[in-house]
Design a protein around this ligand. Structure first.
Ligand SMILES: Cc1cc2nc3c(=O)[nH]c(=O)nc-3n(C[C@H](O)[C@H](O)[C@H](O)COP(=O)(O)OP(=O)(O)OC[C@H]3O[C@@H](n4cnc5c(N)ncnc54)[C@H](O)[C@@H]3O)c2cc1C
Length: 415
């Protein structure tokens, strides 16, 4: 099978890169083994919240200048980071993802535990830090354990906000209540997204919307679009906002779904449930890629993009003494001494979070110090950053994905 570009991994990074390439007319395939980190994410994307020393980021340019040389943003430089982040916002909007936020005005969104967390882009339904002091009704669903309204209301009150907890029953969910392990946000959404359930949800929420200035509800509907959220906001007596629950996350799954659909609509070949198991590299170029399902028919492409994710998605694998990149055996930024992998305080930035593939400034993967010139490495399989401590996971994925796509497009489709 012949493509212009084969992408290994269909998470945020692989999909953004694939969409940009397909939209430019490239024949592009994404091979993706399983669920990506998006299904477990809040649905908000981070650009850069803190420096490696923990200092909060003010101006983006100053922050990028202060990053270590191995950080993907430092490899690309401020101008490109800004440009690609702006392009990513437009691309996400074009996929039907209504997101609030902007690179130059990061916002604080409310977390399910009542903390205020900085983000670059958030779903339209995400509650941002209230500007005034509204009377907030935090509404739980009876027996649903993955969202605790009392905890959130108490945390908000501690921060000086005026919040009370409430509960709605929604008898339509009784079938799920029989089995607590089935009573999860995604299964609830499959029921509530059906148009015939609207009346029950509206009837439960309307009286509360008359008593409060703002309602918070767990994000338990809107798996494929936010039509139900929009309709409720038009018809309730006060605004409604939705908070992500414990994973799997409805806003994250919606992002995955919309990006996948857009990739397919723009002509991309989506190969789910398959995995790249090996590749041939000769004369500094990837020539063939083999997958588990097509074991005797290699995929051939002028360009290959590695977007296989970090430890979470098995793009990186930790052995007893070293960490390896799973497909190509690329050079990995890591500490040789295992004792240096961890810090004793689990809340500190953990050194292993920065482990990942080494590249040159074009994001070509290195093997024994030599660049593989048609292999681009993007997203969380890259080394040099701590997505959690620095709050930059979504941004690194988006910015590196568009950098790789831009270089591939510049080289043209056919030789
Ligand atoms: C649990 C979790 C929650 C997070 N939440 C947030 C958040 O709320 N906001 C934020 O900005 N960042 C968050 N992050 C950071 C996150 O890593 C990035 O934002 C981004 O989603 C990573 O995307 P990715 O495409 O690089 O990797 P992934 O999302 O990990 O996707 C990699 C994909 O590659 C596939 N794959 C791996 N190996 C192969 C192979 N050999 N062949 C084929 N397919 C393969 C995997 O199955 C997976 O689908 C979170 C990370 C984790 C782990």
């Amino acid at each position: 099978m012949q493509f212009d570009t084969v992408i290994i991994g269909g998470g945020l990074a692989g999909l953004l890169c694939g969409i940009r390439l397909s939209e430019s007319g490239q024949r592009c395939a994404i091979v993706s083994r399983g669920q990506s980190a998006l299904s477990f994410s809040s649905g908000s994307l981070d650009l850069l919240s803190r420096l490696p020393n923990g200092q909060p980021v003010g101006a983006l340019g100053d922050a990028i200048a202060a990053l270590p040389a191995t950080h993907p943003y430092a490899l690309l430089g401020e101008a490109r980071v800004r440009d690609y982040a702006t392009q990513a916002q437009q691309l996400l909007a074009g996929c039907g993802l209504a997101l609030q936020g902007d690179i130059d005005s990061p916002h604080l969104h409310v977390t399910p535990l009542g903390a205020l967390r900085r983000a670059w882009l958030s779903p339209q339904e995400a509650p941002l830090k209230p500007e005034s002091n509204p009377h907030i009704g935090v509404v739980g669903i009876s027996d649903f354990l993955d969202f605790q309204p009392q905890l959130l209301a108490a945390a908000l009150c501690k921060r000086g906000f005026n919040a009370c907890s409430e509960e709605i029953a929604l008898p339509t969910l009784d079938a799920l209540r029989d089995n607590p392990s089935e009573f999860r946000a995604v299964n609830i959404a499959r029921l509530l997204d059906a148009p015939e359930q609207y009346a029950q949800l509206y009837d439960a929420l309307y009286p509360l919307s008359q008593r409060y200035d703002l309602l918070y509800l767990p994000a338990c509907f809107g798996l494929t679009d936010n039509a139900l959220f929009t309709r409720l906001n038009q018809q309730l007596a006060c605004p409604l906002r939705l908070l992500p629950t414990l994973p799997p996350s409805v806003p994250g799954m919606r992002m995955q779904h919309l990006l996948q659909q857009h990739f397919i609509r723009s002509g991309g070949r989506w190969m789910p449930g398959d995995e790249v198991i090996s590749a041939r590299v000769s004369n500094g170029q990837v020539t063939q890629v083999w997958t588990r399902k097509h074991e005797d028919i290699p995929l051939r492409a002028r360009h290959v993009v590695l977007a296989s994710g970090s430890f979470f998605s098995n793009g990186l694998i930790a052995g007893r003494d070293r960490v390896r990149e799973a497909v190509f055996g690329l050079d990995v930024l890591q500490s040789d001494n295992r004792n240096d992998w961890y810090c004793d305080d689990v809340f500190d930035s953990q050194p292993w979070q920065r482990f990942g593939v080494k590249t040159n400034a074009q994001l070509n993967g290195l093997r024994q110090g030599e660049a593989i010139s048609n292999l681009y490495v993007i997203g969380s399989v890259l080394g040099g950053f701590d997505a959690i401590a620095e709050g930059c996971g979504g941004g690194v994925s988006a910015v590196t994905a568009l950098h790789a796509a831009t270089q591939i497009i510049a080289q043209g489709g056919d030789e």
